[in-house]
Design a protein around this ligand. Structure first.
Ligand SMILES: Nc1ncnc2c1ncn2[C@@H]1O[C@H](COP(=O)(O)OP(=O)(O)OP(=O)(O)O)[C@@H](O)[C@H]1O
Length: 310
């Protein structure tokens, strides 16, 4: 999938952002961003610090007003139709939005009462490990417990779309994995998820598609696998051949991006095509490959390759 397909209007899109702009003090921090999120999709927004991710999702939530372009959530304008949008969209709160004296139970009950068809907060609290904290005041919760409460409050209204910015920041590894499972269940129930994250493992596991944002622009929009496949070195194969292989044989390999030799060991960067050709070459020459290892590039590699260029 190409960048252009990210800009095109997608049938069944529940969030549509088209040529959106936002500037602060004459600086364009969102510089013509377009993407469309389909119903039931987990759509990730990734990018370096300051790339414009939070500004983008806050425009989707109607918390900031874009300077240009068009934003629609379930066909509604998040600014002009703000009240209707809050009924279909759940968002993670900012810390300042909850009073320190409110208990976890009071917050859950208060937010349930705001929505026409809320979820039962008890199983949600159980799922997020908050049951033992129901009488604790918000101001006394640890960072991770606050984060879990914010996730519960984002979901409590049974929204059609949920925006999660830094979903699992501050959570311990177990809570992070539990939260991922919860988000997968939420999506299985048909909810569309817009997820801003810095965790590549999280994005790779959860997201159906990802928009990479850099300097206020979408630099790539694809599935996690598609982003990795864009790398010239999407696969690395290394082995120690039983007889030496000369440079000429190696350089004839298709899609070869790099060759490294070290103490008889050969490491080749390329694509699946390169790996297949290496294997046929070895078979043809009846060469044994000792300690043959094949590893795929990760989303981390794609992120570094596709962002951060001046
Ligand atoms: N209210 C504001 N006034 C002025 N500048 C702002 C404001 N909000 C954000 N910015 C600037 O806009 C740019 C984009 O900020 P934004 O928070 O959207 O980035 P981000 O991609 O979410 O970053 P991070 O990964 O660090 O959270 C940053 O340079 C930031 O300093």
């Amino acid at each position: 999938m190409t960048l252009a397909s990210g800009s095109a209007a997608v049938h069944g899109a529940v969030v549509e952002v088209s040529e959106m702009r936002k500037s602060y003090g004459g600086r364009d921090v969102v510089d013509g961003i377009s993407f469309a999120v389909e119903e039931g999709e987990i759509f990730g927004i990734l990018g370096p610090n300051g790339a414009g991710k939070t500004t983008t999702v806050e425009c989707v939530e109607g918390l900031r007003v874009p300077d240009g372009g068009r934003v629609r959530v379930a066909g509604l304008d998040p600014v002009a139709d703000h009240d209707e949008v809050t009924r279909v969209l759940g968002a993670q709160l900012q810390e300042s939005e909850l009073q320190a004296k409110l208990t976890v139970r009071e917050a859950l009950e208060l937010y349930s009462a705001l929505y026409p068809h809320p979820l039962d907060w008890r199983p949600l609290a159980e799922r997020l490990g908050l049951t033992g904290r129901l009488t604790t005041r918000f101001g006394r919760l640890s960072g991770g417990q606050k984060q879990r409460l914010f996730i519960a409050l984002a979901l409590i209204g049974n929204p059609r779309v949920v925006v999660l910015d830094e979903l699992t920041t501050g959570l311990d590894p177990r809570a992070r994995r539990d939260t991922w499972e919860l988000i997968e269940d939420v999506r299985a129930g048909g909810v569309t998820v817009l997820l801003v994250t810095h965790f590549m493992e999280e994005a790779q596991r959860l997201c159906d598609r990802i928009a990479l944002i850099d300097n206020g622009r979408v630099t790539a929009l694809d599935t996690p696998r598609g982003l990795i496949a864009r790398l010239a070195r999407s696969t690395v194969i290394s082995f120690t051949p039983s007889v030496p292989l000369d440079d000429e044989e190696l350089s004839a390999l298709p899609a070869l991006a790099s060759v490294e030799r070290r103490e008889g060991r050969i490491t080749l960067g390329g694509t699946d095509e390169t790996v297949n050709a290496v294997i046929s070459l070895l078979a043809r020459r009846r060469i044994t490959a000792h300690q043959l290892r094949v590893s795929d590039a990760t989303l981390d590699d794609a992120f570094l390759d596709l962002t951060g260029t001046p």
